[in-house]
Design a protein around this ligand. Structure first.
Ligand code: SAH
Length: 393
């Protein structure tokens, strides 16, 4: 993670986070550990809990505890333990919060304490939806930096990160052959696009289901078959949800699926595949056929659910590779620095990542890849400036 490393080295020299209490509710992975270490190098007091009960890498949590970073997380913790861990972090009275899904900052709003937070940064689409809701209700008590929407995050994390890691999680859990099979993707948003692209690259026939006419059109023009989920239900060998919505695959779809169909979710919450419907259809005839693969016997057919319907790239795999989390966590690290230095002056709104950070991260990433690019000549700059175009330095 060369970009994050260069930030960490600067943090070590400048110590911009001296004494700042940073609480992070993120997936506890090796990449997250890299972020926590960069923040500590900047002088921050850090604490970490998981953003999902099934995504913690226990060995990473243990290594961080050895480094004296308190970690409240264990893989497979139940929902009560999960909630207790988020509460513990909220009760610690953080100055800055980092979230992947907004559980920590929303809790601070609900139980009080958000007024004392200098600011938060949010890493995922679903979290921003929740925080924008608070903002719309006039309840947002601190500034929030929408890291999820920086270009270096959205393009690379959502498209390339999820594209690879969702399929990686599915393949690790099942050893399924993609070529020659049909993958049904539900939700052609930033993350769904990456999954469709990578699945097609691996030889799968891809069907896209959408509710947004523009996205559906885009999927069609990108060359995918587009149809309602009910029609796709009969065709798919593998179903992947990436909608951010609930019950996208429910009884009516499950009843039409082929014997052996595989169901996986790449969205934030475990509500996209209707688990109650699945359980009801199987009436208790459920068995674990492989680790993280539960087979539901629904009469004359069997359906295979991966990772209990939780976010498959982190629950069945290791999440996005470090090469992409490098940029995401560089954004988070710089967002923390910005909040620590300027949080008190910022508006209590959902804000863009400060200008210049995106370009700087992309520049450092290119450098680490050994890729050089052109710069505008003075003449070109003058020409473009005369049209009112602005280019960062
Ligand atoms: N549902 C998400 C996309 C799936 S990935 C969305 O709507 O944006 C879910 C989240 O996990 C993303 O915020 C991503 O940054 C985070 N993530 C992925 N791989 C990770 C890793 N290796 N370590 C920590 N977080 C990771």
């Amino acid at each position: 993670m060369p970009v994050l490393r260069s930030i960490r080295e600067r943090f070590e020299r400048e110590r911009p986070l001296e004494g700042v209490k940073v609480a992070a509710c993120l997936h506890v992975t090796a990449e997250t550990a890299g972020l926590m270490r960069a923040l500590a190098a900047g002088g921050a007091d850090t604490a970490l809990c998981s953003a999902n009960p099934l995504t913690t890498q226990d060995e990473v949590a243990a290594a961080l505890v050895d480094d004296r970073v308190p970690v409240q997380a264990a893989r497979g913790e139940d929902v009560e333990a999960y909630a207790r861990h988020v509460r513990a972090l909220a009760g610690w009275g953080p100055d800055v919060t980092l979230d992947d899904g907004a559980d920590l900052l929303v809790l601070l709003h609900d139980r009080g304490g958000a007024d004392d937070v200098l600011g938060g940064a949010e890493e995922t689409t679903t979290g921003l939806l929740r925080l924008r809701r608070l903002e719309a209700e006039g309840r947002l008590a601190c500034p929030v930096i929408a890291v999820n929407e920086s270009r270096t995050e959205r393009t690379f994390n959502d498209r390339y990160g999820t594209g690879q890691s969702a399929l990686d999680g599915i393949l690790r859990a099942t050893n399924l052959m993609l070529a020659g099979h049909t993958l049904v993707l539900l939700g052609y948003g930033a993350t769904g696009k990456g999954i469709a692209q990578r699945a097609r690259g691996a030889g799968a026939a891809v069907i896209v289901c959408e509710v947004d006419p523009l996205r559906a059109l885009e999927a069609r023009m990108d060359g995918y078959e587009v149809m309602p989920a009910l029609a796709a239900a009969e065709r798919g060998d593998l179903f992947v949800t990436a909608t951010g919505s609930r019950s996208v695959l429910r009884r009516e779809h499950l009843e039409r699926m082929k014997d052996g169909a595989v169901l996986a979710n790449a969205g934030h919450f475990d509500v996209e595949i209707d688990l109650a419907d699945l359980r009801e259809l199987a009436g208790g005839r459920v068995r674990e056929v492989l680790p993280l693969v539960e087979q539901y016997d629904i009469g004359d057919r069997r359906l295979n659910l991966l990772a209990s319907g939780r976010v498959v790239n982190l629950a069945a795999g290791e999440g996005h590779p470090p090469a992409v989390m490098d940029m995401s966590f560089a954004n988070l690290a710089l967002a923390v620095e910005h909040l620590a230095l300027h949080g008190a002056e910022l508006e209590r709104r959902v804000l863009d990542v400060p200008k210049g950070i995106d370009e700087e991260i992309a520049r450092l990433k290119l450098e680490s890849l050994g890729v050089a690019i052109d710069t505008l000549t003075p003449d070109q700059r003058e020409y473009l400036d005369s049209w009112g175009q602005t280019f960062s330095e």
